[in-house]
Design a binder for this molecule. Structure first.
Ligand SMILES: O=C(O)[C@@H](O)[C@H](O)[C@H](O)CO
Ligand SMILES: [Mg+2]
Length: 406
């Protein structure tokens, strides 16, 4: 008979950026952590957990991970959606953390053990102009990365997704402030420019480095098909988020016209958001994040479905998923046969301090470490020094002033 959950608290902290962490405690004194950070909607996720989930958890058996998942998913009645699923994810992660700590094993062992020795990672390189972009890619390669996402500026535009004009290779999209920054966007200018940029990056790095690019939900199916075709000579590892994927059927047209590998799914929160993309083999990589799509338990269902269709797991890993769920993602990567690649955008030094972790990066690969559970702790004294500050991802308008997808 396992112990019961006696406390469920939400820790809001902002070491460089905002994070929502769930902390569960058992009567035996075991602590489990989960992540429910939803970039720009942190307080809603925190309230959902604190006001509507925490009271339900007190007295439950922490060993019953699947039952608790079903209770929160089915029991909400208003099921799915990013806030609900982030909250379910946080509970799921905290329960896997507790189970690992009770067993004295890292979570990847509970998931069946390692099926590989290390988890391939990719990171970001960006610069407004091509020479600086080439330097940024070289710098990431010198850091050990074998896979790099390249984003550049576009002549005639003031702002472009994935790059700051003067950032020196770094990029953090969420800006502190009470309202989002408004950026401007012109897809035609982007489409005229980006194939030549990626061709130049490929020529510069040679054939070995894996190159990725993110179109960030901005294209129509026809534009996406054209871009995929135009990028074929650059031999991309993937082209990401070509169209807004509420419309899964849109990918049929894209797929018919290009062999550039496609990755989609960072904003998805359940298997229903990607089941058609997977079963119709319209994508090559599914990008669902452990913090946003129902935790380890639901990600395993999605990845098991994906495996039937040779679609690979490639979880979202921007700085806005906390080091807690990032670690969980690496446990899943190590133990999932159809894992492809893990995004590793990196963290502010302060975030590494607030969330001391057993996971590590070396030579282009990640490892979750051997600490029991998820292997990520929270320094609550330090966390309390960085209170939540409003921050938002930008929004985008076309040159005629109409809203478009950021
Ligand atoms: O692929 C990525 O990491 C990006 O699309 C980020 O998720 C987005 O900029 C919000 O942080
Ligand atoms: Mg993306």
């Amino acid at each position: 008979m396992t112990d019961r959950i006696i406390a469920a608290e939400v820790i809001l902290t902002s070491p460089g950026r905002n994070y929502v962490t769930l902390k569960l405690q058992t009567a035996d004194g075991v602590t489990g952590y989960g992540d429910a950070t939803v970039n720009g909607r942190e307080l809603a996720a925190a309230s959902y957990l604190r006001d509507h989930v925490a009271p339900l958890l007190i007295g439950l058996d922490p060993a019953r991970i699947e039952d608790t998942w079903q209770y929160l998913y089915r029991g909400a009645y208003w099921r799915r959606g990013p806030i609900t699923m982030a909250a379910v994810s946080a509970v799921d992660l905290a329960l896997w953390d507790i189970k690992g700590k009770v067993a004295g094993m890292p979570v990847y062992q509970l998931l069946g053990g390692a099926v590989r020795d290390r988890v391939l990672a990719y990171t970001h390189a960006s610069a407004w102009e091509l020479p600086e972009l080439l330097d940024a890619v070289d710098a990431r390669r010198a850091d050990g990365f074998r896979a790099v996402r390249a984003q550049s500026g576009v002549p005639g535009l003031e702002t472009v997704y994935g790059v700051h004009r003067d950032a020196g290779g770094g990029y953090e999209p969420a800006k502190r402030g009470a309202v989002p920054v408004t950026e401007s966007w012109d897809t035609d200018a982007y489409l005229r420019h980006v194939p030549a940029v990626l061709a130049a990056v490929r020529e510069h790095v040679g054939p070995d480095l894996a190159l990725l690019h993110d179109a960030h939900h901005r294209l129509t199916p026809q534009q996406a098909a054209r871009l995929g075709k135009a990028l074929e000579p650059a031999d991309l590892f993937w082209l990401e988020d070509v169209t807004p994927a509420e419309n899964q059927e849109a990918l049929r047209l894209v797929r018919q016209h290009t062999t550039t590998p496609l990755a989609i799914g960072e904003v998805f929160n359940s298997i229903f958001d990607c089941k058609d993309l997977i079963t119709e083999q319209l994508i090559d990589y599914v990008r669902v994040a452990v913090a946003h799509a129902g935790g380890i338990s639901h990600l395993r269902s999605i990845f098991a479905l994906a495996d039937l269709y040779q679609v690979k797991a490639a979880p979202h890993g921007p700085s806005d998923v906390s080091p807690v769920s990032f670690g969980a993602s690496v446990h899943v990567g190590l133990s999932t046969i159809n894992f492809g690649i893990q995004e590793y955008m990196g963290y502010d030094a302060l975030a590494h301090e607030v969330f001391p972790h057993a996971w590590s990066f070396a030579d282009g690969y990640l490892h979750p470490g051997e600490a029991p559970g998820l292997g990520v702790e929270v320094d609550e004294t330090l966390a309390a020094k960085f209170p939540y500050e409003p921050a938002y991802l930008p929004v985008a308008r076309r040159l005629d002033g109409s809203m478009t997808d950021w």
